[in-house]
Design a protein around this ligand. Structure first.
Ligand code: NAD
Length: 358
């Protein structure tokens, strides 16, 4: 299995180095058939070759078995026609990575901000919705007909709603067997009405999985009040983006939040957070989000290619993160601990090595 690694901007290179060190240790511990190569994207690539995403890198992503993408400083990119391609969005579109899978769970011994412990997964549709850059065949979904009028078009299709619903029910079948659809059909009756029609239709074909629905505003409150009741949450693009940041922060920190973007053929691991330019180069970034995202990618590869040792490797990374976080003295700065990026990564690698000699 060959993975393409794109470190990105801001803290991207620091947390990518940490992630690759973890992969090195777990690959050695389990003798995994796993290799990777690093290629340049983002601002470094813009300066060198005039684009944040060279075509050669896009082609390499298509050929790779998986991709690890560090966060990108999209807010600092120039316009697309002068080379500022949003790498994250472009790869999601080009590889049709329709399912953004974002788990949030509280971890033993670690403080959390919601009223209850939680273990849930947000399954977010990734290819349409309220995202101007991906909902038109040509041109943008945002337009300005007159100087005092701006419009955004929200696209919801039956086919995209149905395939994301299927991903959610398939995932729920491996967990606590409950799916909640999140919507705003009281005001977006046509678009969220269509989304719900498709999810309900799918729900009827999974009689062993319980199903309910929540309005997105109620959901924001319920995550704080009683997140323990949720298992798999399926929703449209922007609602999923917002709720998943809320859920992961409630579970302890945005810095813990894993995420993959997947289709049936491709998978890209990506931290949930951005490029954090305020702490760039200071060895303060928490690398866990990208590390556990890479673990999700390894698990996805294990399931897709029936490689049990990959599934084991993903589990070892997750349980080792839990083990290191259990001790206050080995936590990262954002979690109230003393450790910077590299010191935390060393502790994690030591923990993974222990699994290798067991
Ligand atoms: P951000 O997530 O980068 O940072 C928000 C806050 O969280 C900052 O205080 C930051 O220091 C902190 N933080 C984030 N990740 C952290 C980590 N791993 N460890 C410790 N602290 C962490 O969001 P922002 O400041 O709104 O955006 C910065 C840049 O990132 C912008 O250019 C934005 O467009 C981009 N962005 C990229 C992605 C992506 O690549 N998928 C996602 C969101 C934002």
């Amino acid at each position: 299995m060959h993975i393409l690694v794109l470190p990105g901007d801001g803290i991207g290179p620091e947390i990518t180095d940490a992630t690759l060190l973890v992969l090195e240790h777990v690959t050695r511990a389990l003798s995994l058939d796993l290799t990777w190569e690093v290629q340049e994207i983002g601002i470094a690539s813009l300066r060198r070759v005039g684009t944040t995403l060279p075509l050669s890198v896009l082609d390499a992503c298509r050929r790779a078995d998986g991709v690890i993408l560090g966060p990108v400083s999209t807010a600092d990119y120039p316009a697309r026609h002068t080379g500022g391609i949003n790498v994250s969005a472009e790869l999601r579109i080009q590889l049709d990575l329709f399912a953004n899978i974002r788990p949030s769970r509280t971890r033993e011994g670690l403080r959390h901000w919601g009223r209850t412990p939680m273990d849930l997964v947000i399954v977010r549709e990734n290819t349409e919705g309220f995202y101007a850059d991906r909902n038109m065949h040509s041109g943008s979904g945002e337009l300005m007909p007159t100087p005092d009028l701006a419009l955004s078009i929200r696209k919801i299709s039956a086919s995209a709603s149905s395939r994301i619903a299927r991903a959610a029910f398939e995932l729920a079948a491996t967990r606590r067997r409950h799916v909640t659809a999140v919507h705003k059909s009281n005001v977006l009756g046509v678009t969220d009405g269509l989304f719900l029609r498709e999810v309900r239709q799918l729900a009827r074909t999974y009689p062993d999985i319980s199903y309910d629905e929540q309005l997105v505003d109620s959901m924001a409150a319920l995550l704080v009040r009683d997140a323990a009741r949720f298992d798999v949450i399926v929703t449209t693009n922007m609602f999923g983006d917002i709720l998943s940041d809320e859920a992961s922060e409630l579970s302890g920190s945005l810095g813990l939040a894993a995420s993959i973007n997947a289709s049936d053929r491709h998978c890209m691991a990506q931290a949930q957070h951005g490029s954090a330019p305020d702490i760039q180069g200071q060895n303060k970034a928490n690398p866990i989000s990208l590390i556990v995202s890479a673990a999700m990618l390894i698990d996805w590869l294990g399931r897709r290619h029936s490689k049990a040792d990959f599934t084991t490797a993903a589990r070892i990374i997750e349980t080792s993160v839990d083990a290191v976080l259990r001790t206050p003295a080995t936590r990262t700065i954002d979690l109230g601990g003393p450790l910077g990026t590299s010191a935390f990564t060393s502790e994690l690698c030591k923990e993974i090595d222990v699994h290798g000699v067991r």
